[in-house]
Design a protein around this ligand. Structure first.
Ligand code: PLP
Length: 405
């Protein structure tokens, strides 16, 4: 079978950032896909194998490779991290009338998945040093909900920016309250907490392979769990709840959530490179840490966690002490075509969730106001990294003349 024309004639699949053309300005993205010849060869092999129709050997292999990496008994590959969260919540029995505790500092998918089940999210604030759920506040919220006689269907801790929640503190609290844990590890594949891998801490975990995550299938996700019957049920629901009959029998409403075999092949190549990609993100974080260490009023979120996958490096800028705001640095970098973002806008501030209940300390609001996520791609070239660090240096020199003297 000949190579498809487009793949045969074009260069590497890495997005062209202009970095190899010295005379053009290089666009630097926050977290771009890091794909190259290995991904290309896996994809072509899958295409040539004939397994283009939905399932196939790469899909099964991808599931067992990811579950081996995370340390769970099994996995179900799906079309997005959001789908994995939805199936995980259904798998632990969440349904209409339940409340589900969700951190207010998260991507909207965490809360949306709760609503898909007919349950209501209740938001809880974060620890301002990490952005992860404030565990003592969570304990307080669970007590309040219990006193009111609410049925709490699940707690969904989110491993924010690739750093694991303090599960040593969280798990006993949820166990005592007899509430299942669904881990949103969408940002955290490859991160660890005390020797255990992100994704493995709850009854079920959700991973994302969206284009901006630590590794990508261009779009995809995975449900991981030790619970074999939860996995079997999720697999069934993800394939339109089709019974094993030739005539398409359906006893309940299912979903079309399965990942395709071709995308699984892409994922397998990414998984081979995952540790290397994490290493590159960590090196980048170390360079940011070094650059900001002498700058007053700037701290790196979760910087004391050495087992983070370093998905995104986030700084918090205290304007009073720094003499400038995170938004000022963002504007300076934007002028040089370097992308940054604020941290997630908290769910209790989202119009889509107006009227939802929440227990807050103000921490997520502070991080939203003062946080900035910096370019963290593993695909950044040395030249791009130098450009970014140089641009930050240049900004700091204008803001704090005493430091650069
Ligand atoms: C990306 C993300 C998701 C959703 O993943 P998709 O694959 O984009 O559906 C869920 N939760 C968090 C915290 C995320 O960052």
């Amino acid at each position: 079978m000949p190579l498809p024309e487009r793949l045969a004639t074009e260069g590497p699949l890495r997005p062209d950032t202009g970095s190899d053309r010295p005379d053009t300005k290089s666009l630097v993205y926050l977290s771009a896909p890091d794909v190259g010849p290995l991904e290309e060869s896996y994809l072509i092999a899958a295409l040539r194998s004939g397994w283009v129709a939905p399932t196939g050997p790469d899909l099964e292999a991808f599931e067992s490779e990811v579950s081996a990496r995370v340390g769970t008994r099994g996995a179900v590959a799906v079309s997005s991290g959001t789908a994995a969260l939805h199936l995980a919540l259904l798998g632990v029995g969440v349904g209409p009338g339940d409340v589900v505790v969700v951190p207010t500092l998260t991507f909207v998918a965490t809360a949306n998945a709760v609503r898909y089940t007919g349950a209501r999210p209740v938001f809880v604030d974060c620890d301002v040093r990490t952005g992860n759920v404030d565990v003592p506040l969570l304990a307080e919220l669970l007590r309040q909900l219990r006193r009111r006689g609410e049925r709490v269907g699940a707690v969904v801790p989110v491993d924010m920016f690739g750093t694991c929640v303090d599960y040593t503190a969280l798990l006993p609290i949820c166990a005592e309250a007899e509430v299942p844990v669904v881990e949103d590890a969408a940002e955290a594949l490859g991160a660890m907490h005390q020797g255990r891998a992100a994704g493995s801490f709850g009854q079920a975990g959700a991973l994302s392979f969206n284009g901006n995550k630590i590794m990508t299938t261009s779009g995809g996700g995975m449900l991981v769990s030790d619970d074999v019957s939860l996995l079997a049920r999720a697999r069934h629901l993800a394939t339109q709840a089709r019974e094993a009959t030739p005539h398409y029998e359906h006893l309940e409403t299912g979903y079309n959530y399965r990942l395709s075999n071709l995308l699984a092949a892409l994922g397998r190549a990414q998984l081979v490179r995952l540790s290397g990609m994490i290493g590159r993100r960590r090196q980048l974080r170390d360079r940011y840490a070094k650059l900001f260490a002498p700058v007053p009023g700037v701290e790196l979120l979760g910087s004391e966690d050495e087992q983070s996958n370093c998905w995104l490096t986030v700084i918090r800028v205290h304007p009073g002490r720094a003499g400038w705001r995170a938004a000022d640095l963002a504007a300076h970098l934007r002028n040089q075509e370097i992308e940054t973002r604020p941290v997630w806008k908290p769910m209790h501030r989202q119009p889509a969730y107006a009227g939802s209940e929440s227990l807050l300390t103000g921490a997520a609001d502070e991080l939203f106001a003062e946080g900035l996520t910096l370019p963290s791609s593993s695909a950044l070239t040395e030249r791009q990294i130098t450009t970014v660090l140089g641009a930050i240096d240049e900004f700091l020199a204008t803001r704090a003349p005493a430091l650069s003297a």
